[in-house]
Design a protein around this ligand. Structure first.
Ligand SMILES: [Mg+2]
Length: 317
């Protein structure tokens, strides 16, 4: 798709709108910036979701946010009149659990992430290490070579079989040093990345640094490549295609607000893609983006444009 050809959904002709609505059976959607923002639900998205469900479209949600408990996800969607459970919601903490189970991980997991993310791993029965904590009551390693040496040279007990990195605002050089030690001490230790976003939009006027740059540092320093279990990871794409039994990917529509994560992921899966302007990307950013595989097929102001789309088609019947 050339960026000059990307059209607004509501600017399609009636025939094109109808053909478009008939062209997919399933919708997979991002959550933050699409269904809700950090300030609350995006107006009328609940009506759009219910309408699509009523029209027989299957709904699933693929988020890069593993910092919300399953109860919170269920409650948020419940408030929008939509039921979610572990079968139709995907995020990096859940996919990390699935992956670790699939390889029958018995060794400990060193996790740089939030307590909620770590709880998903703990609740699934994995031994989670974090820190630096041992001997450092305020979680800081004293700035002394003698202390570093004993902390980083510490023999593994228990053995660490996976290093998992997601978003943790308290990440420090000590975390990265520790992670690198685990990866080097055990050549079979797998490096897993959850969200790889380099920039995380908090609202339409403010964004912050995400974990992506730190994963890059760890990859470079350790010489290892992360298995990416968040969007736009290849490993996640394989998981999603299998979990949802996708045989005709072009009959799935992916909706998101981020170009690399959402549109890049949609392309990787072979889905149709819509970028919504209700989150982290403006129209200007989309039209100046230079990676064709991270561009949508169409764009819309928000998910709520589906309501108008169905109205337009119905009126001309
Ligand atoms: Mg988003």
């Amino acid at each position: 798709m050339k960026k000059e050809q990307i059209r607004h959904l509501l600017n399609l002709s009636i025939e094109e709108k109808r053909a478009f609505l008939d062209s997919f059976d399933s919708i997979m959607s991002d959550c933050d910036g699409v269904v809700w923002n950090f300030t609350g639900p995006i107006p009328d998205v609940d009506k759009a979701l219910q309408l699509l469900k009523h029209k027989g479209k299957k709904l699933a949600f693929i988020s890069n946010n593993g910092m919300r408990t399953m109860e919170e996800y269920k409650r948020n969607f419940n408030n929008l009149g939509i039921t979610v459970n572990e079968n139709n919601i995907v995020h990096p903490a859940l996919t990390t659990v699935k992956y670790l189970k699939s390889v029958n991980m018995r060794d400990a997991v060193y996790c740089i992430g939030t307590e909620i993310f770590k709880d998903y791993l703990r609740n699934a029965g994995f031994t989670v290490l974090d820190g630096p904590t041992q001997g450092f009551p305020d979680e800081r390693v004293a700035n002394s070579v003698r202390v570093y040496t004993s902390y980083f040279a510490e023999t593994d007990s228990p053995k660490v079989g996976a290093v998992v990195m997601d978003l943790d605002v308290n990440i420090s050089l000590a975390h990265l040093m520790k992670a690198k030690c685990y990866l080097e001490r055990n050549r079979n230790c797998v490096l897993i990345a959850g969200a790889t976003d380099t920039i995380v939009p908090l609202d339409t006027s403010m964004d912050v640094i995400g974990p992506g740059y730190f994963i890059d540092v760890l990859e470079r320093a350790s010489g290892r490549k992360a298995l990416v279990l968040g969007k736009p990871g290849l490993a996640l794409a394989n998981f999603v295609l299998e979990q949802f039994n996708v045989t005709n990917p072009e009959r799935t529509l992916f909706i998101g607000d981020m170009l690399p994560q959402d549109m890049g992921f949609g392309t990787r899966c072979g889905f149709q893609k819509i970028l919504v302007l209700s989150g982290g990307t403006t129209k200007g950013m989309m039209f100046s983006h230079d990676k064709p595989n991270e561009l949508p097929d169409y764009y819309a102001n928000s998910f709520a444009d589906f309501i108008q789309l169905y109205k337009d088609v119905a009126e001309k019947h």
